[in-house]
Design a protein. Sequence first.
Length: 439
Amino acid sequence: MFNRNHRMKVLFAILIIVTAMAGCAKEPYRDSAVEESMATKDAPHTLDVFHIAFAPGGDETERTFSWHTRGMNKKGVVELSQLDEEGNVLSSETFESGVEAILRGFSRHKATITGLEENQLYSYRFGDGHRAWSESYTFRTQAPEDGDFNFLFFGDPQIGAGDGARIDADGWDRTVTTATEMFPDTAFLVSSGDQVNTAYNLKQYDGWFFPEELTAYPIMPIVGNHDAASFADYFNVPNETGLGGDSEGSDFYFSYGNTLILALNSQSSDVEEHRKAMERAIAANPDATHRIVLLHKSLYSSADHALDEDVLALRTGLVPVFDELDIDAVLMGHDHVYVRTYQMKGDVVVGEITYNEDGAVVDPDGAVYLTGNSASDSKYYEMRELSVYERYSAVALQLEEPTYMNVEVTDDSLTFTTYKVSDLSVVDEYSVVKTVGEE
């Protein structure tokens, strides 16, 4: 990825110019996007939009949106424009949104844009279907070569769990900015759940949405126990299965290139429904080389939640299903600590492992389980005694500082590298190489 940094610096210089023309230079963290929206309500032909959730769609040709506006049941649209490298509009298309009334007098909108081309610059803005428009935002699609791409994984931001929403938001912003500057070509981002500490707390959600990079890089949040009650009010996920969920959403999935991503709602303990959801996703993507599960509650951890009854029940139920369905890796949060297991199969460490000359694991049995630490510096849990986790943990660390993970995907490999935000030093790296195309 680093050999493309020069091209990306040129790209982002263009994006900065386009953004400046649109009047959306980054500002310091504000107390409330809602209050700002109310203050500008009389601006002519300006649509007040906030809490913009820009996310991956069902595959690399789609993106989903969720956003809020003032008032109830106001129509909404997304205008997608294809741009040339100078930021000039080549063509535009409008996508209508659904709208639902939500609490406190605000409308929730959801839409999906389709037909995206690879390695293309786009802009988008939100409208009311008449004359009012929001400011414009830009993003670029990637062009995976031979199945190569990367995505970034962030452990629980949990805005509001630390010394205040403002401080946590600044920490979250610093992590997202650091990660995307290091990997400017990243295809998408993932947040492991617990976006906020208190469901329905508007200022905490303001903090989660604060990083301006979240309007340029699609981010896929998964539902955590702290934000379960409000998850559907803020996010629009693709391919919901209606299985393994509750009123706030269910298991869903999406694909990108050669990889199938399966997101499970760990608020549900119904293992059979989770199985059916994954089987449905796999049947819809039979040619995927890699299968990765996203799960909020960590099945193999080393801190406060490691022995929780619900966690242990999910471990007992899901691990055999992951083995049966040939899941390669499971990315998790919840326990605010970094843990990477050994290769696990049937809740047992795999005994025979083959390594190549680069130290990568070759065609291993079972799956590797990785738990991400706090991405915002909001909260850390103390490690339990070693006897709790030494059986399965290859690496278990409480660094008490923010980290993030880069997941590098190629046609035949997965590499998981975790970095400290403070100095970009490598905390841990693990690679799996698969024999592709041979029985």
